[in-house]
Ligand binder design. Structure first.
Ligand code: TRP
Length: 332
């Protein structure tokens, strides 16, 4: 099959404002794909349910996630953008797949193991705070992927295992009932390496070192000015590869700008304050347009809701087709 005929599926959890690391590591590839491939893009509100138990927050974060994807340039001509929970067939396929998913597979899930490890480290019961939504998360994700006949799933490296589980489960089904499901392929964004946060460690909400994507300009500037640096003086030559400022700049600049900035580090004469201002200007000029569009959409959530409903109307018949086939094979 030609690459361009492949169906792409992207799920985004509505768990609050994504940060620059999320953008570079996952969202960017997913958004670029919408220019070339038919894409099912949904806000995974059911997945958020295992950790967020406040309906209003889920609803708001769902709008936020949808607005961000639109504002960052998801091509709505090729994209069916919808809310996961609006498609009743997802609950059905989830239940059906439960019955051919080995429990042992779920035991191996990184996210579940991480939750257990944290409990053990804290001296708590291993299962403390772990609900079945978290435990069976990969089955619901498999249902997402298989429901829409997906070929390709662009994801961050942390989600690769989940897509591999979807392949496994699709394989079990096909083996038992006949070749129904395509085996999805995870596509990890270009080798981005680790995106550093303000303190130089991997950018992550759990380290509280992130630069959120949609901040008012002056808050973005404040964040960037807070990047931790070493104590080299302005005149000292600096190694760009050891600098968080440079590592972030690389993802938003052209080849020649990157080479020039690296040279300014090596040559000496540029203080970190100046380097941060250059980084701010670069990121800000990238984000200014999306930020305005994001704010416009968030002030018009009715418009977002209309887009999501429109998407649901297109996604649902595809889901219904899959469920009809699966039910017939499993239940007669
Ligand atoms: N688990 C994904 C994340 O946290 C979100 C997601 C849910 C997803 N269902 C999906 C991603 C299906 C790709 C395909 O980022």
């Amino acid at each position: 099959m030609s690459e361009l005929n492949k169906i792409v599926l992207t799920g985004i959890q509505p768990t609050g404002m994504p940060h620059l690391g999320n953008y570079v590591g996952a969202l960017k590839t997913a958004i670029e794909r919408t220019n070339t491939n038919k894409t099912f893009m949904f806000i995974a509100d059911l997945h958020a349910l295992n950790s967020v138990h406040d309906a209003k927050t889920i609803r708001e974060h769902t709008y936020q996630a949808a607005a961000i994807m639109i504002a960052l340039g998801a091509n709505l001509d090729n994209t069916v953008l919808f809310r996961q929970s609006d498609i009743p067939e997802i609950y059905q396929l989830n239940t059906l797949l439960m019955n051919l998913t080995p429990k042992g597979l779920m035991n191996r899930a990184h996210s579940y193991k991480a939750a257990m490890d944290k409990n053990i480290a804290n001296g708590d019961d291993v299962d403390a705070g772990i609900n079945m939504g978290l435990y069976t998360y990969p089955i619901l994700m498999t249902a997402d992927i298989l429901l829409y006949n997906t070929d390709i799933v662009p994801v961050g490296a942390d989600q690769k295992q989940h897509v591999e589980f979807a392949r496994d489960i699709a394989g079990y089904f096909n083996h038992m009932y006949g070749e129904v499901f395509k085996l999805p392929t995870p596509v990890i964004g270009q080798e981005t390496g680790i995106i550093p946060g303000l303190d130089g460690r991997k950018m992550s909400k759990s380290y509280d070192n992130t630069i959120p994507l949609m901040l008012p300009e002056k808050d973005l500037k404040k964040k960037i000015m807070r990047i931790i640096t070493d104590s080299k003086l302005p005149e000292d030559p600096k190694n760009p590869d050891e600098s968080t400022i440079f590592q972030l700049y690389k993802h938003f600049a052209t080849e020649s700008e990157i080479a020039e900035f690296a040279e300014m580090f090596r040559r000496g004469g540029m203080g970190y304050g100046t380097a941060k201002t250059i980084l701010f200007d670069k990121i800000n000029s990238f984000l200014a347009g999306p930020r305005a569009e994001y704010e416009r959409l968030m002030a018009n959530t009715d418009e977002i809701e209309r887009i999501l409903q429109n998407g649901a109307a297109k996604a649902q018949p595809v889901a219904a087709g899959t469920i009809a086939r699966v039910k017939k094979l499993m239940l007669g």
